[in-house]
Structures are given as structure tokens and as C-alpha cells.
Design a protein around this ligand. Structure first.
Ligand code: ADP
Length: 369
């Protein structure tokens, strides 16, 4: 019983991957669910199709990616009715993400009633951040009542990549401090001390922190009041603008960094500014997390941008020799596993993330396997 099916249910798609141990037996994506000409009319049909296509004998578990675990979930958790109710209870914290995961869970429980189902939360890895790292200085009674605090996301990726980095350095995980930079469509940084998250950039939702493909990352909250009061935009429109029409897209009209790099190379000023804003924000958080951690063994880049964009890595970490960070331009240009020079006190690494593998491992872990 070593097979684990990992399901990542989004609002209009389901990504799946079937593992046997650490190897992938099958994987795929059902897209544009519910849309005309899409792959399936609803989540139930999508999951039914996945189950029909796969050989699911001998399945030890189904691992479900759940974006938001709220304050309750600090680890991967075996799903029962009570767990489903608790995931439902945090839907207001993740209205775009949790309902899709819930429909995936409901259908999978119905179609595979005898297989244990495990929820693996993007937030759980950050449960170890100390109170001063998750508390905002707002009215404490409001924060308490409405569960307003930093939760952090991309936890499975930061967990996986920080562990892989320790292995790469040949160091024990519990004595390795890493700053992980997950730069994909969404982007976040994490300070990991001895295998535990102690700081991260995303907050109540996956909106804060670094500049992303279409999300703004950090802005002064007054921007929202100003857009409402002075520009007259309704609150939903402001949210839509800051989450779907901001970030690289907001600055350039392109959400894909490759397109921004292309235009920057041709001398486009908006693309040049967007690139500089993007890298400057990464640099600011690297500085912050150097100070949070005190001693840092490695800085690791991952995800689409982190794994493939030497220009971003160079612009984010260049000129930091006095802090012990020395990039090797040739290794960086070749996207090597280790891109720092031998005399760099802090190793700089490029480690491909594998969130599905981490979810499968955590699902097994939750079953004590
Ligand atoms: P997601 O967060 O959706 O999982 P990825 O981690 O795959 O996304 O990252 C997607 C982003 O990675 C793309 O939008 C693109 O900007 C960037 N990317 C992918 N390949 C390259 C590349 N060769 N050079 C620069 N950026 C890249």
C-alpha cells in the first residue's frame, strides 16, 4: 500500500498525480471545469474521470491540497466530518480557494469511501512562526474576533525546498537556516530555522509580501481607503484590481515574467521598472530575514521564476558581498544547483520545488506510514 493520489482542486481545474513511493505513476490536469468546451461539467465529473483513468487498487491515501487551514490546522490531518466542518469554517479567510478543495474532498470521499483522505494545508508549515511574527499591531480585540493574523502560504513548497537545501549542503535539517524564495505566479519568501518556519511574507491571504504575476504584494493599507474614498471604487473592484490586475501585470500589462524580461531587453521603461520593483522587494525581504535568522546557511530560489530567471537572482542578491553573499555569474546563468562562488559564506541554491511529492509524503506521515 504505497500508492498515494494527490489532488489539487482549484476553482476551475483539478491537478492530480499518482505516486508509488516517490515515483510518479500518472499525472494530469482537468481544466476549465464548468465552462463551455471545458474538460468536465463539474468537479464530480472531473474526479470521476480521474478515477476511471487511473488504477487505484492498493491506494494508501488521497492527499488533498487545502490552501487555508486557519488557526486550527498545524499539520496534515486525516479527514473526517469534523475536519470538513473546520475547513468550511475558514472559507471566509480563503473564499477563492477553500471551496474548490472542499468539493474535491467531498467527491473523493464519496467515490473512494474506504481510502483514508488527508488534508495538507499550505498554511500548516507556518504554524511555528512565533507570535511576534504573525501578529499585526491592530486593535487586538478585532484581530481576535475575526481571526486576523499572518497565516502564510506555499508551506509545502518552503518545507520541501528548505529540507532539500539542507541535504544539498550535507547538513542536518535541524541545524540549517535557510531563506527560501518561492517565485512562481504567486510568490513568497520564508525564513526557516532548523526546519521550522519563523517568518514568511504572505499574510491573512496569499496577497501580501512579494510582487507577483497579478498580485500587488505589500501595499500601504491606505491605498485601499484612497481608492474607495477618493477614486470611488467599490470594495470588490479594489480587491479585483489588487489581486488580478496588479503585480507585473499591473505595471506592464504582462503577468508572465518572460514577457517582462523580453520587453526589458528591448529597453521598455515600464518593463524595466517592473523588474526593478520585483527584485527590490525580494532584496528587502532577504535583508529582513538575514536579520530575523541571525545566521543563514543558504538562500534558495524555487518555482518558475526562481528556477529559471538568472537575471532576477542576480538583481536580487547582487552587491551583497559584505553580507557574505557572492554569486558566481556562470553558475547562475546555467541555473546550477549551487550558484554561489566557493568563497560565499552563505550558499545560494536553485532547488526545483515539488509540492505534490511533499503532499504525498505528508499524507503518508499523517497516517503514520
Ligand atoms: P505556479 O505558481 O502557477 O505554480 P510556476 O511556479 O510554474 O507557477 O511559475 C510560473 C511563472 O514562472 C511564469 O509566469 C513565468 O513568469 C515564470 N517562468 C517560467 N519559466 C521561466 C523562464 N525560463 N524565465 C523566466 N521566467 C520563467
Amino acid at each position: 500500500m504505497s500508492r498515494v493520489l494527490v489532488l489539487n482542486s482549484g476553482s476551475s481545474s483539478v491537478k492530480y498525480r499518482l505516486f508509488d513511493g516517490a515515483s510518479t505513476v500518472a499525472k494530469g490536469l482537468i481544466e476549465r471545469i464548468g465552462e463551455q468546451g471545458g474538460d468536465a461539467p463539474d468537479h464530480r465529473a472531473a474526479l470521476q474521470r480521474i478515477m476511471d483513468e487511473l488504477d487505484l487498487d492498493d491506494l494508501a491515501a488521497v492527499g488533498h491540497r487545502v490552501v487555508h487551514g486557519g488557526p486550527a490546522f498545524t499539520t496534515a490531518t486525516l479527514i473526517d466530518d469534523d475536519v470538513v466542518a473546520q475547513i468550511e469554517a475558514v472559507v471566509p479567510l480563503a473564499p477563492l480557494h477553500n471551496p474548490a478543495a472542499l468539493s474535491g474532498i467531498a467527491v473523493a470521499r464519496k467515490l473512494l469511501p474506504s481510502v483514508p483522505q488527508v488534508a495538507v494545508f499550505d498554511t500548516a508549515f507556518h504554524a511555528t512562526i512565533p507570535p511576534e511574527g504573525v501578529t499585526w499591531a491592530i486593535d487586538a480585540s478585532l484581530a481576535q474576533r475575526w481571526q486576523i493574523r499572518r497565516y502564510g502560504f506555499h508551506g509545502t513548497s518552503h518545507a520541501y525546498v528548505s529540507r532539500r537545501t539542507a541535504a544539498l549542503l550535507g547538513r542536518p535539517v535541524d541545524d540549517t537556516n535557510v531563506i527560501t524564495l518561492h517565485l512562481g505566479n504567486g510568490a513568497s519568501a520564508c525564513a526557516v530555522a532548523g526546519g521550522r518556519s519563523v517568518a514568511t511574507t504572505m499574510g491573512l491571504s496569499p496577497q501580501g509580501g512579494l510582487v507577483m504575476g497579478t498580485r500587488s504584494g505589500d501595499v500601504d493599507p491606505t491605498v485601499v481607503f484612497h481608492l474607495h474614498r477618493v477614486a470611488g471604487l467599490p470594495i470588490d473592484e479594489i480587491e479585483n484590481s489588487l489581486t488580478r490586475h496588479a503585480g507585473l501585470l499591473g505595471l506592464t500589462g504582462e503577468n508572465d515574467l518572460r514577457a517582462v524580461l523580453h520587453r526589458r531587453a528591448a529597453g521598455d521603461p515600464a518593463a524595466t521598472l517592473a523588474f526593478d520593483v520585483y527584485c527590490r522587494r525580494i532584496r528587502e525581504y532577504v535583508g529582513a530575514y538575514l536579520a530575523v535568522l541571525g545566521r543563514v546557511d543558504a538562500i534558495t530560489f524555487t518555482a518558475g521564476v526562481g528556477e529559471n530567471a538568472p537575471a532576477v537572482r542576480a538583481a536580487s542578491l547582487g552587491g551583497l558581498e559584505s553580507l557574505g553573499i557572492v554569486l558566481d555569474p556562470a553558475l547562475n546563468a546555467a541555473n546550477e544547483e549551487r550558484i554561489s562562488s566557493d568563497d560565499s559564506r552563505i550558499a545560494v541554491c536553485v532547488v526545483p520545488t515539488d509540492e505534490e511529492l511533499e503532499i504525498a509524503d505528508q499524507a503518508r506521515g499523517a497516517l503514520g506510514q
